[in-house]
Design a protein around this ligand. Structure first.
Ligand SMILES: C[S@@+](CC[C@H](N)C(=O)[O-])C[C@H]1O[C@@H](n2cnc3c(N)ncnc32)[C@H](O)[C@@H]1O
Length: 224
């Protein structure tokens, strides 16, 4: 994927008022208070140039994360009508998926309010109406809805319990034949998560590798 970045102006939204920003906040903070520093990024997906605005306080806001890039390259959308992008950030995965399934529907979820606003803006900027962005914790914003594919570059920094919750609650949100697609690298414990899936799901494949990352696809989920 080609990418280009340049500095821009920060949007004016009310989240910036109040106390001075802390020196460090994780990207998964619900209401980041880091000063805005927006960027423009672009990448090519299925022959289409996709444009994005990103901002400080979000995961990988200066460039597309290499794991995310590998995840998108290995995202098989064949037969997918409904897809969930869990932890969508500024929207790289979900926006690409919306392009890939023009007659399908993509639900994007993130806990980070700033990410949600930008993911919505990025859907608009790419003229995509077959996707929506919801704010909240993991599967909470989707209630009982089910999907053909759940895709995530999980928030590993939020801790193992959260990643295990993401994987163990996936079956409850998959349609029959549904798949879970994840990316991670060795230092994030991807082998541990691969083994965890292998012990529970019928089939776990490594669809892509590169730069220490691997893309895992799990199918044949255990009973919810
Ligand atoms: C590793 S980043 C991936 C972002 C984006 N998908 C990408 O690949 O660029 C993980 C994302 O999960 C979000 N996140 C963290 N905890 C979450 C939670 N409990 N529920 C939903 N999203 C969460 C973070 O805000 C972050 O945007």
């Amino acid at each position: 994927m080609a990418r280009v970045s340049k500095e821009g102006e920060g949007p004016s939204d009310p989240e910036m008022s109040g106390a001075p920003p802390p020196r460090f906040q994780h990207y998964f903070t619900a209401r980041p208070r880091a000063p805005h520093a927006t960027r423009s990024l672009r990448f090519l997906y299925k022959g289409r140039v996709l444009t994005f605005t990103t901002d400080r306080g979000l995961f990988s806001y200066e460039q597309v994360d290499p794991g995310t890039s590998l995840l998108i390259e290995n995202m098989d959308l064949e037969g997918v009508e409904r897809m969930l992008d869990l932890g969508c950030g500024w929207g790289a995965v979900g926006v690409a998926a919306a392009v890939g399934i023009p007659r399908g529907h993509v639900v994007m979820v993130d806990v980070n309010h700033r990410a949600v606003l930008l993911a919505r803006e990025n859907l608009r900027a790419n003229h995509l109406e077959n996707a929506e962005v919801r704010q909240g914790d993991l599967y909470h914003p989707v209630g009982e809805e089910r999907f053909d594919l759940i895709v995530s570059n999980p928030p590993f920094k939020a801790g193992r319990d959260l990643v295990l919750r993401l994987m163990s609650e996936a079956p409850r949100h998959l349609r029959p034949g549904g798949r879970l697609l994840l990316v991670g690298k060795g230092s994030q414990g991807v082998l541990y998560y691969q083994r965890w899936l292998e012990e529970r799901w019928t089939k776990v494949e490594v669809l892509g590798r590169g730069g220490g990352y691997r893309v895992l696809q799990a199918s044949g989920f255990p009973p919810p």
